[in-house]
Design a protein around this ligand. Structure first.
Ligand code: GDP
Length: 296
């Protein structure tokens, strides 16, 4: 179920509260059943859905509510609070600091949209007035440097990479040192991915991280992967200890449940979502507006 449909389902479940002559435990259970069913169909992790259900029931506590109170409003608020909680781990993402080189390291699987996102992010900060540069430390995928170079050129962002150097750690370090010396504010390091999470990739990530000492490591994740999101996010969290997440491909047919499960599994905030293939298709992610928009 795509995000807009999820929003519609939740709204329609909540609207049932208005139709019921009396709101009792049975009515609440039926509404929660519909909401939880919709969340599961959107690939939100089953444990999270169970937790939401219990928390709403606890927060509302129908038998204790008096006759005069607006039960519908209380239930709606409890559901909204739980939906916010799902996408808001309460952790503050890294904010770049002026007058220093802020180093961002991007990690994620091949095809997630890492290289595209690097340029989008660089362009985002450049438009906000930061002096921004890109480093291509992806020596694994043939054509990775060319792709970054093309994107960066189009976006007018300085870049560093090599056609001959095969050691990603050496390139990452050289690029970062160069842009640091040139007084860049934000240096974004693109790293290689693999088709699945594997030891070699994680080892490489750790080495690059130790060399460039990023201020912020960002996990780039494909927003369309559904139930696989939780395990993947956990594996990257363990190996790269990322601070935040960028969820790509949230345009089109993303179910969004993967995103929600990734946040909960790693207690890491989503900072941006990718909404298309073009340079400007990157939106800041804010938990409350995201949920409100989903509910229309
Ligand atoms: P990488 O292997 O992780 O570096 O992935 P790429 O940056 O090469 O992206 C893989 C594919 O996903 C490319 O075709 C991108 O255009 C596409 N892509 C990346 N981000 C988005 C997004 O937010 N929305 C859509 N629709 N496509 C995206």
């Amino acid at each position: 179920m795509v995000l807009a449909d999820l929003g519609r389902k939740i709204n329609s479940a909540l609207a049932d509260l208005t139709k019921a002559p009396v709101i009792d435990e049975k009515v609440l259970d039926a509404v929660l059943k519909d909401i939880c069913g919709a969340l599961l169909m959107s690939d939100v992790n089953i444990m999270l859905v169970g937790k939401l259900r219990n928390n709403v029931k606890k927060a509302v506590n129908v038998p204790d509510l008096g006759g005069g109170v607006n039960k519908k409003r209380i239930i709606e608020k409890a559901v909204m609070d739980e939906l916010y909680n799902l996408v808001d781990p309460g952790a503050e993402p890294y904010k770049p600091v002026k007058r220093k080189a802020n180093i961002f390291m991007m990690v994620g699987l091949q095809g997630a949209g890492k290289t595209t996102t690097c340029t989008k992010l660089a362009s985002y900060y450049q438009r906000k007035g930061w002096k921004t540069a890109l480093v291509c430390a992806d020596t694994f995928r043939a054509g990775a440097f060319d792709q970054l170079k093309q994107n960066a050129t189009k976006a007018k962002i300085p870049y560093y990479g090599s056609y001959t150097e095969t050691d990603p750690v050496a390139i990452a370090l050289e690029g970062v040192e160069k842009f640091k010396a040139d007084k860049f504010d934000i240096i974004i390091v693109d790293t290689s991915g693999r088709h699945k999470q594997e030891t070699e990739l994680f080892e490489e990530m750790k080495q690059i991280s130790a060399a460039v000492e990023p201020d912020s490591t960002i996990f780039v994740m494909d927003g369309t992967i559904g139930q696989a999101a939780e395990a993947q996010a956990k594996a990257f969290k363990e190996a790269a200890n990322f601070g935040s997440i960028i969820m790509t491909k949230m345009d089109g047919h993303a179910k969004g449940g993967g995103a929600i499960s990734a946040v909960a599994a790693t207690q890491s905030p989503i900072v941006f979502i990718g909404t298309g293939e073009h340079l400007h298709d990157l939106d800041r992610f804010e938990p409350k507006p995201f949920i409100r928009k989903m509910l229309g």
